[in-house]
Design a protein around this ligand. Sequence first.
Ligand SMILES: Cc1cc2nc3c(=O)[nH]c(=O)nc-3n(C[C@H](O)[C@H](O)[C@H](O)COP(=O)(O)OP(=O)(O)OC[C@H]3O[C@@H](n4cnc5c(N)ncnc54)[C@H](O)[C@@H]3O)c2cc1C
Ligand code: FES
Length: 274
Amino acid sequence: MDPMVPHPYKIRRVIKETHDTFTLELKSDTSGGKFSFNAGQFNMLYLFGIGEVPISISGDPNKIETLVHTTRAVGTVTKEMAKLKRGDVIGVRGPYGTNWPITEAIGNDVVIIAGGIGLAPLRPAIHQIISQRKNYGKIILLYGTRTPADILFRRELEKLKSRLDIDIYVTVDHATREWSGNVGVVTTLIPRAPFDPINTTAIICGPEIMMRYTISELIKRGVPNENIFLSIERNMKCGVGLCGHCQYGTKFICKDGPVFSYAQIKHLFGKREL
Ligand SMILES: Cc1cc2nc3c(=O)[nH]c(=O)nc-3n(C[C@H](O)[C@H](O)[C@H](O)COP(=O)(O)OP(=O)(O)OC[C@H]3O[C@@H](n4cnc5c(N)ncnc54)[C@H](O)[C@@H]3O)c2cc1C
Ligand code: FES
C-alpha cells in the first residue's frame, strides 16, 4: 500500500473531553474494520480540502476494531476537525513512528508522566501495561494540567484510582474552589513518588518545557538516561521520512521517533530549532 495515500475512515463517535479537546472514534469500511498499532505511534489525519496533521493514537492497542484519536483544537486543521460529527469521513495514513518501551520495561517500576494533552499519546501504553500488570513492579501515573477543567479522561482516571495496584497523582497549576487535590506543576510530584529509580522506566509526554524539567527531576532521583523515554513533536508533512520537514539533528522525528530514549537525543533536546 502507498504510505502517502490516506484511507477513508468514518467517524463513529465524537467525545467532548474538555472545552478544547475531543476524541474521535473511527472505523474503516475498507480495511476489514481493524487497525493494529503499537502504543506511542501516530497517524496522519487528513481533513479533505483543509490539511493533514500528525496525531497520536489514543486508544487501547488490544481493541483494534476502533481507531481512537484525541486532539486539542489549536489551529487551522485541528479547529476544523473539532467541528466533525458522527458519520463524517476523514483520511487516515499510518500507523507511523516508534513506540513506548512496553516490553523493555518488563520487570521495572513504570512511571508515566503526562502534561495536558500529553496524556492522550500515553493512554495506549497505560492500557497495555495494565493489561499485563504482573509483568511490572510499581505503576505510577503523574498527571498535571493547567486547571481542573483541563483534566482528560476523567472517568477512566477515577476508575484507575480505585485500583490498589496503581498509584495515580493528579495536580493542577491553578486550582478552583471545588478542587481539593494537589496544586503545582507535575514535576513537584516526582521527588515523593514511590518508585525505585535504578529499576524504573519513565515515559513522558507533554510540552517540551515540562519534559525538560521532568527529565531533570528524574535524573536527580537517579533514573538512568537510557530508562527515560519521551515523545517529541514537530511539524510534519510526509510522516514517513521523505520530506525532511521533521528533521531533528541527524534524525527524522516521524521515522526515528516520535518516542526516543533521553540517552538517544540528550545532545539535541531543549534546542529550539534544529
Ligand atoms: C508525532 C506527533 C503526535 C501528535 N499527537 C497529538 C495528539 O495526540 N493530540 C493533539 O492534539 N496533538 C498532537 N500533535 C500535535 C498536532 O499535530 C498539532 O497540534 C497540529 O499539527 C496543529 O495543526 P493545526 O493546523 O491545527 O495548527 P496550525 O495552524 O499549524 O497552528 C496554529 C497555531 O497553533 C500553534 N500550535 C501548533 N501546534 C500546537 C500544539 N501542539 N500546542 C499548542 N499550540 C500549537 C502554532 O504555533 C500556531 O500558532 C502531535 C504532533 C506530532 C508531531
Ligand atoms: S515529516 Fe517528512 S521526513 Fe518527517
